[in-house]
Design a protein around this ligand. Structure first.
Ligand code: RB5
Length: 146
């Protein structure tokens, strides 16, 4: 499995922690930065990750900013992306099973590294259920501007 990672300055420290979890899981990582804690703009890091996911060049993406909000809204501007902000394990599993989320977003100012690691594991280990959920996801994706 290959995961594209990105964060702004407010998510950089948690990104490093999440990458350790991914390495323990033998997941291949493409890191699109940032690699600093000086102020940067989250759309600049959301875009390359979202484009890699949308192109099918990686399996999924993980994005982290202060809240997970700005970076997920940015990623969702790219056609094909279903980025979900999840700060608990239940939502992370549901975002995969029901919404087929392809990017997980989290906020370093919201969750600690321990919970973030559990969220990441649950998210990666949960498959999309399809069926009636697929009809809804199809309708959702049909709203994208072509
Ligand atoms: C940066 O201060 C912060 O606004 C950003 O990381 C994110 O939380 C925005 O949604």
């Amino acid at each position: 499995m290959k995961i594209a990672m990105g964060s702004d300055h407010a998510g950089h420290t948690l990104k490093v922690e999440v990458e350790k979890v991914l390495q323990e899981m033998d997941v291949e990582i493409e890191d699109y930065g940032c690699n600093c804690t000086e102020s940067v703009d989250y759309p600049d890091y959301a875009q390359p990750v979202a484009e890699r996911v949308a192109a099918g060049e990686v399996d999924k993406g993980i994005l982290i900013c202060g809240t997970g909000i700005g970076i997920s809204i940015s990623a969702n501007k790219i056609n094909g992306i279903r980025a979900a902000v999840c700060h608990d394990v239940f939502s992370a599993k549901a975002s995969r099973a029901h919404n087929n989320s392809n990017i997980l977003a989290m906020g370093e100012r919201v969750v600690g590294p321990g919970l973030a690691g559990e969220i990441v594991k649950a998210w990666l280990e949960t498959d999309f259920e399809g069926g009636r959920h697929a009809d809804r996801v199809d309708k959702m994706m049909a709203m994208e501007e072509k």
